[in-house]
Design a protein around this ligand. Structure first.
Ligand code: SF4
Length: 444
C-alpha cells in the first residue's frame, strides 16, 4: 500500500491516511509512506478509535522532524496503541522513545530558530518588509511562522529557508485565525544563502515570483506546543546562520558572548538577548530601557511600536537612524505573562546595574561622543542614580569619561499618554529634544 503525502509536514494527510488504514486493519509493514507522488484510493474508513493524548502530542511534533522514517514510526505506534500493545512510558518502549526524541528535537529546533533568526529591512513594491533567513534542522518553518504571525502581526515580513519560505503581509492587531484565513503564505525556498548580501541579492531577483506563487498550504498542528522551552538534548546544535547588523568585530564578539549571559535571571523567560546595533564609528548612542515583546521575538532593538515612533521622530528631527547606534540598558525582555500576552515590566535598579556590564562594553568599544539617555532606566544605567527625566531633560552635560550625555523621554512614554492633545504636545517636545541632539552631533 503506497501512501503519498502532499509535503514533508502534511499532518492532515498523515492523520487521514492513518485513521483509514488502522480501521481497515492494514499492517504497518505493508505500507510505503512517501512525500509527493500520486495517492491511490485509501480504504473506506468506518468507525473511530482512540489513541493516548500523549501519543498525539508526540506525533504532532515528530511529524515535523527531518527523518524519513517518522511517518512509518508514528503509524506503528498508533497501530500498536489501537491494539492495546503500547506501554505508557517511553522508557519502556524503544519505538516510543525514538518518537519522543524526534518530538524533543523538533521543539528544540523551533526554539533555536526563534532565538537565532535575524531580520533585515528590505523594500518591495508595497513598502518595507523584514526579511529573515534560517536553515532549520527540522521542518519547523510553518509552526514558527504561525507564532511569529501572532506576535508580530502588524508588520510585513518574510522568512526564507532552504526548503521553503513564509510570508506575512501584516494584519490588524490581535491573534490571527488559522493560517489559511490569516494571510500567512508559504512558497519556494533558497539555497546558497551565506550572509546578508547573498540573501538580499536572492530576494531582489526572486521576490516578485516567490510572493506571487506563495500559497496558504500549512497544516502543521499545535503551534502552541512549540512555545515551551525545549528540554535539553544530547546532540549538539548545528552552527546557525546569523544575520544581523554589526558595528565592528569587538562589538560583534561581545554580542555573541551576551547571547549566553546569565548574570541575572531575566534571560530565562525571554526568547533571546537583544544587543544594540548600529554602524562602527557612530557618533551617537541612543540608550533605552529594555527590549519589548517584538524586539524579544525579532532580536533587534527598537523595532516595535516605540521603535517606530522613535524612527518617525528622528526623521522629523533630521537624524538618520542608520548613522546612530541604538541599544538598551537591559538586554533581556522583562515581562509578566498574562494569558497569551506578555506584559512589560520595568527592570529594577539591581538588574540595570548588573546589565550595565554590557552597556559599558558597548560604550568602550564604540566610543560614541554623545549618549542620548531615553527615560529613567536608560539614564540610571549611565549615571548610576535615579533621574527625574522631566526635570533634567533637554540639556547636554559632560560625563567623567569625556562623553556628553543628553536626557530625554523614552518613546514608549509617548505611547502611554491617553489623551491625543497631550500626546501631540509631548511628541513635539520629544522631536525638539532630538533636534538639539542633531545640533550636538553636527557641532561635535
Ligand atoms: S538582562 Fe543583561 S545581565 Fe541579565 S541575563 Fe540578560 S544580558 Fe545578562
Amino acid at each position: 500500500m503506497q501512501v503519498a503525502l502532499a509535503r514533508e509536514t502534511d499532518w492532515d494527510g498523515w492523520r487521514h491516511a492513518t485513521r483509514a488504514l488502522v480501521l481497515a486493519g492494514v499492517a504497518p509493514e505493508t505500507i510505503d509512506w512517501q512525500v509527493g507522488g500520486t495517492q491511490g484510493d485509501l480504504p473506506d474508513a468506518q468507525g473511530t478509535f482512540n489513541v493516548p493524548r500523549t501519543l498525539v502530542a508526540i506525533a504532532a511534533l515528530a511529524v515535523q522532524a527531518r527523518a524519513p522514517e517518522r511517518f512509518d514510526l508514528l503509524y506503528r505506534l498508533v497501530w500498536r496503541a489501537h491494539h492495546g500493545a503500547l506501554p505508557a512510558a517511553p522508557a519502556d518502549d524503544p519505538a516510543l522513545a525514538d518518537a519522543q526524541a524526534l518530538a524533543f528535537a523538533v521543539r528544540a529546533e523551533a526554539h533555536r530558530m526563534r532565538t537565532q533568526l535575524r531580520f533585515m529591512p528590505v523594500e518591495d513594491a508595497d513598502g518595507s518588509r523584514f526579511l529573515g533567513w534560517f536553515a532549520p534542522r527540522h521542518h519547523v518553518l510553518e509552526a514558527n511562522a504561525q507564532l511569529l504571525a501572532r506576535r508580530f502581526a502588524d508588520r510585513r515580513w518574510s522568512i526564507v529557508t532552504p526548503d521553503g519560505s513564509a510570508h506575512w503581509d501584516g494584519a490588524a492587531r490581535g491573534a490571527p485565525k488559522p493560517a489559511e484565513a490569516s494571510g500567512l503564505r508559504f512558497g519556494a525556498g533558497a539555497r546558497g544563502i551565506t550572509d546578508d548580501a547573498t540573501l538580499a541579492a536572492w530576494w531582489e531577483a526572486h521576490h516578485p515570483a516567490v510572493l506571487a506563487e506563495s500559497v496558504p498550504d500549512s497544516s502543521v498542528p499545535e503551534a502552541e506546543a512549540l512555545d515551551e522551552a525545549p528540554r535539553p538534548l544530547d546532540r549538539p546544535p548545528i552552527g546557525p546562520v546569523v544575520l544581523e547588523a554589526t558595528a565592528d568585530a569587538d562589538v560583534q564578539r561581545a554580542r555573541e558572548e551576551a547571547r549566553h549571559c546569565r548574570r541575572c535571571d531575566l534571560w530565562a523567560p525571554a526568547s533571546q538577548t537583544v544587543f544594540g546595533e548600529g554602524p562602527a564609528g557612530a557618533p551617537v548612542m541612543f540608550i533605552g530601557e529594555q527590549p519589548g515583546d517584538q524586539e524579544d521575538v525579532i532580536g533587534r532593538p527598537f523595532v516595535g511600536p516605540a521603535g517606530q515612533l522613535l524612527d518617525r521622530a528622528m526623521e522629523e528631527a533630521g537624524i538618520d537612524r542608520r548613522t546612530v547606534y541604538v541599544t538598551n540598558a537591559v538586554k533581556h525582555f522583562k515581562f509578566t505573562p498574562r494569558g497569551k500576552r506578555r506584559i512589560h515590566q520595568s527592570p529594577d535598579a539591581a538588574e540595570i546595574q548588573v546589565c550595565r556590564f554590557w552597556l559599558d562594553v558597548e560604550r568602550v568599544q564604540l566610543a560614541p561622543r554623545l549618549l542620548v539617555l531615553m527615560g529613567g532606566s536608560g539614564a540610571r544605567a549611565v549615571l548610576g542614580r535615579a533621574v527625574g527625566v522631566t526635570r533634567e531633560r533637554g540639556r547636554p552635560f559632560a560625563l567623567e569619561d569625556g562623553q556628553t550625555a543628553f536626557i530625554t523621554v523614552h518613546p514608549s512614554y509617548l505611547l502611554r499618554i491617553p489623551d491625543e492633545a497631550g500626546k501631540a504636545r509631548e511628541y513635539a517636545a520629544f522631536v525638539e529634544d532630538l533636534r538639539r541632539v542633531r545640533a550636538l552631533m553636527e557641532a561635535a
